[in-house]
Each structure stands twice: as C-alpha cells, then as structure tokens.
Design a protein around this ligand. Sequence first.
Ligand code: GCU
Length: 349
Amino acid sequence: MKSTAKNLRRISGKIAAFILIVIMTSVLYACDIRQGGQSGSGRRIVRIGHNQATDHPVNIGLAEFEKYVEERLGDRFDIEIFPNELLGAQTDMVQLTQTGAIDFCVASNSILETFSDQYTLFNLPYLFASTASYHAAMDDEDITSDIFASTKKAGFEAVTWIDAGTRNFYTVNKEINSPSDLKGLKIRVQQSPTNVEMMKLLGGSATPMGFGDVYTALQAHVIDGAENNELALTSNGHGDVCKYYSYDMHQMIPDILIGNCEFLESLTEEERTVFYEGFELFNRIEREEWDSAVQASRERAQKEQGVTFLYPDTEMFRQICLPMHENFLKEHEELRDIYNVIQVLNEEV
Ligand code: GCU
C-alpha cells in the first residue's frame, strides 16, 4: 500500500512538472507570438533563467553579460534575466532551453548528468584535490569541450562554466564529524544519480529535491540537513534553520550556462563574437565575486544565524567515495584520459 501511495505521489509529481513546462512553454510562446518573438522596440528578446537570488554572484555576472551584449548589439537584442526560479526549477529550465522556449539557463552540472552521462565526470565526489586544480581543469577546453557539446543532439550546449564553490554537509542540529554521524539522517541532495549514490555510500538517506524546496523541507523537518556551498546558508536562508556546517569537502560541482542550439546557430558571425565575449565576461565576473561572497556568507552565518563551522578529517569521507571513480571509468573508458589529466592537475597545480 505504502509503495503504491509513493508511486502515485511520484507520478503526480512528474505530471505536475510536465504540466508546468507545458504552461511555461505556452505562456512564453504566446508572448513571442504577440510580439513576433521581439520586444516592443523590434529587438529579439533573449531570456536567461537561473535559480539564485539577485545578490548572488550568478546574477551579478549575468547583469554584466546583459550590459556587455546590449552595449554592442542593443539595437538587435533585449537580454532579460529571470532569477529566483521565476521560470521554474533547474530541471524545468533546462527543458525550456532544450525546446527554445527560453534561450539560456544556468544549471548545476549535477542536473546535466540526467541529459548526458558524460557530465557525471565532474560530479564525482573528491574528483578535484583543490580549488586551483578544479579551476584549471574547467578552464581547459581539451577537458571540457566534448562534454560541453555532448547535449547538442538534445538541443542545447554549454557555453561557459562558473564557480559554485565546494559542497559540504549541514544539518539542523547534528554535528557531522565523521561519515557515521550521517547514519539515519535524511539529507537533501540534487536530483542526480551520482549524488544519491554518494549519499548511500556515506550512510545517510538521500532525499533528492529541487533547490527551491529545500528551505521549507528543512523548516518542516521533512529533512535533517542538506549539502551545498556556504551561500546556501545566507542567500537561501538555510542557516536560519541549520546550525552545523561541516567542511567534509565532498564535491566541487561547477554551474554551467547552457544555450539553445538553434538560437546560437542563428547568430551572425559578429553577433556570435559578442555573445561569446559576453560568456567569458560572465565567467570572469562571477568568479571574481565568488570568494568575497563566501567570506561574507561565513561571517553572516556565524554572527547572525549562529551557525557553527566544523572541520572533520576529510580523508574518512574521501576513502568511502573513491570506488565511485573506478566504477564510472569502467563504464566510460572514453573519459579515462581526461580523468588522468585531472589527476595530473591535482598533483601539480
Ligand atoms: C548551488 C548551485 C546551484 C544548484 C544548487 C542546488 O547553489 O550553484 O546551481 O541548483 O546548489 O543544490 O540545487
């Protein structure tokens, strides 16, 4: 009975998500039809969705992208940014980008693994040994370009990556000093098989859900904790409820700006150059903003929200997760060389 109810809930959840996408697509297309796909001034509207607040480095970087493109191509393009999941959760926004109902969105690399399993590589726990090697790897086109293009058939491709820091566990009221402390805890993870697998290995109970639902789930004690970078504590208010943040450093998962292929292919050479310079600018500004945003979050979380930061021995967590690397590579021999290059960066950078 219980599992039938669960199945029904899962199915109705999927139907609700599907209906939302159909509605969003129809609304956006209706606007386009009314306006001929253009703003009142005859400019092509370019819609970009993301799930962060307006003070987040992602939004600050995108605002600079908007300025840069409009200063050069403002007679042709009107860039519109939709923050705060206004266009739906990340999985919905990726599908809207796929169909061309919107042109771009920022998606976590985790989410993209369900569209192309090549992306799983960057989701592996403890893949990168340091922030420096993570950045060096993501800046290396020999590492990223095939993976970034792997969803082209699905209708979208990655145009740049941006920093999303290091992911760590945080809980309402339990200190996580070792993996055994996770036992029996319901921890929200992103909707990705890798994250569910990681949580299982570490002993907690994985509860996948969209980012926008986490705060309420924490408050209602539906979950005992979550895992994310420090900004989730302040920018998303999770530190109002969660009082322990534990630096186990399990993942450095980039965020990815993806674009609809048809839109990108429709650009003239001149327009393409400006857009791609804009993507680079977005990458640079977001990364420049990142460290100070983390610093400010840590201070606010400690002083105003009463969050305690813990520093467990990360090696205990790493050893448990490491078998995931070889299991993945066995199924993706084609990515072994890239994996090995990342290991060299881990040693040298
Ligand atoms: C980070 C990341 C987002 C992601 C979120 C999550 O905030 O930058 O892209 O959606 O984590 O945990 O879902």
